[in-house]
Ligand binder design. Sequence first.
Ligand code: ADP
Length: 458
Amino acid sequence: MFRKVLIANRGEIAMRILRCCQEMGIDTVIAFSSEDRDSLPVQFATESVCIGPAPAAASYLNQDALIAAAKEYQCEAIHPGYGFLSENADFAEKCESNGIAYIGPSSRMIRDMGDKQSARALMKKHGVPVVPGSEGILKDWKEAAQIAEKVGYPVLLKATAGGGGRGMRTAFDASEIQNAYESAQAEALSAFGDGSLYLEKLIQHPHHIEVQILGDTKGNLIQLGERDCSMQRRNQKLLEESPARILTQKQRDAIHKAALRAAKAVHYVSAGTVEFVLDRENNFYFIEMNTRIQVEHPVTEAVTGVDLIREQIRIAAGLSLGYKQSDIHLTGHAIECRINAENPARNFSPCPGRVSFLHFPGGNGVRIESALYNGAMVSPYYDSMVAKVIVHAPGRLEAIRKMRVALEEMTVEGIDTNIDFLYLIMYNNDFITGNVDTGFLEKNTDAIIRWGEESRRT
Ligand code: ADP
């Protein structure tokens, strides 16, 4: 096992990795930007090293500074967390060539899955259902128009290098295709330096269902059940649950099998997630594979009892998976809410600042992941997610009630947050009955905000 691991991340995920390392008897080195000098991970890590100024490009994305820090502090491995360099094949390769274990899949796997069009082609070859659409990269908008006629409108133009919902545009009919193509291409070029596009039929009112995978270097591969992440705003997840209430056991088994086939196709090693969209008839289609740990991993940990970060570290150290498929049983229901420093009434604009008072909820089946503390500064430089609340209960309705109590108790003063907004979702009839798809938040956000404002007035 490693003696020392460098954590190339910040915030709640840095704390999560740090705590796990401590439990495993591994020393930690946190690589931080000058902006995060007073952050919780810096205070709790065994050692810490400043790798650059506030802008992520100069610090958390500074590959050479991270490799140099790992060497200087004699770290045997680097954990990239999520975001930042976590799906950067060049960085994984740099770790490999410098003799540092990368806690994640190999650079080859990241590359294979990072090109979404090639991943789609590979999945098709291995019998994993993909959304009907183009066979390869589109030559121009005219080719897009031809294929759209064949698969039927509406369609989605997607960047093969895409991520974070960028480089994606919808065309509802032939009159929109040229514009959609050109704006998706322009956005992809500026965000990823690669304007290559492919086309998929737009699945209307889908559920976003994803399956957690773990694979080791000995060829063992297991799935740890699915998550429903349909509660999204601008393609960003806000709330995740496991298991997915919409699936029958037969459909659940089929989607798990498809995810295993997908992971086998790349001989996947480490923690990964196979993402699908589910249409109204519950047909599912592969959309992409994420080759890293995800924000929402705790809901899977709650229902399976498996520590995914611990497994990731063990796998990177060359150990076998600690579990067989027959050891994995989903128990109860888990929900995660993402707490963001933002103001829903002001179009969710980020709200950095100093936390003047903080109280976290607790109790049976309530878990908090956060790097906040009384007096902490929430920086404008990074993602606005500041905490995650995860509840686990025997059933979904009990989990919802637990989440209501947890959110009611949670107090964050000095900055605006979306806690009230999430609390109101817990009372929304459609959410309670599970009548939600990826369009739910777009449709209901204004009504939920109005409801909150009215109840404050009365
Ligand atoms: P990114 O890598 O940018 O996150 P994804 O391919 O994962 O892109 O898609 C992001 C979200 O967009 C998905 O969670 C899903 O809600 C929606 N989406 C993607 N593809 C389709 C599709 N073919 N039909 C309907 N919705 C889709």
